[in-house]
Write a protein that binds this ligand. Sequence first.
Ligand code: HPA
Length: 272
Amino acid sequence: MHKYQEILEARDFIMNKTAHRPTIGMILGSGLGSLAEEIVSPFKIPYHEIPHFAKSEAVGHANELVIGELKGKTVVVMKGRFHYYEGFTLDEVTFPVRVMKALGVENLIITNACGAINTSFNPGDLMLITDHINLVGTNPLIGPNHDKLGTRFPDVSEVYHQGLRHIASTVAKEQNITLQQGVYAWWSGPTYETPAEIRMIRTLGADAVGMSTVPEAIVAVHGSMKVLGISCLTNMACGILDQPLSHDEVIEVAATVREKFIKLVKESIARM
Ligand code: HPA
């Protein structure tokens, strides 16, 4: 668990740099960072300048916080995130979520690129996350609990807030955007899954699989934030089609959803 003091130091650093006071946070996944370019009067802070932030070097990710206005709301956006597979601790992975909460963020939109397991889905579809399965065998809340941050045993019966899901699915219908719904399974990576692992994960009840999101969502719920999870299904999971997976393909497909992804998220933000 982070020292409470470190969270406050990061928060104060950001608040001293900008007069923006965000109430909506966003974590942009692989290939989805262009949403940050929509922000009006953006103020950018590289992660490495923020006290106690880890330093990320993942391929396909920028590494900065962008704070500004979107659809009349003040937002703070993580352009690029910290992944467990990069060797970061879950404290490091989730520290920015704690800082967003301290900044005043109430709604957190978590996005990712992931593989589709449900065979009625197609690469290039967006998916509203309805629930998750933690397959990684660890949890970001392991360690002493800081009561100022949240309760020891958080209820996770509704990690992905029903009201926010309703907003996103309403917007998708209105805008004629296909928005699948399903359960996201967290896989540590950095290997993709084997075909046998995908058969297992499907049997366990997941519709999609990816290497992020779940730790951040758990910490957000611990901090009583409302979470909206949106996945970009960049590929059919391993073994579903007879073809190997590549990171280049993931980034390429994520880039093709740019327009509908931006429309969906912006209009959802307008209604939050
Ligand atoms: N598996 C895990 N993570 C991913 C995938 C996948 O198939 N595609 C994009 N991220």
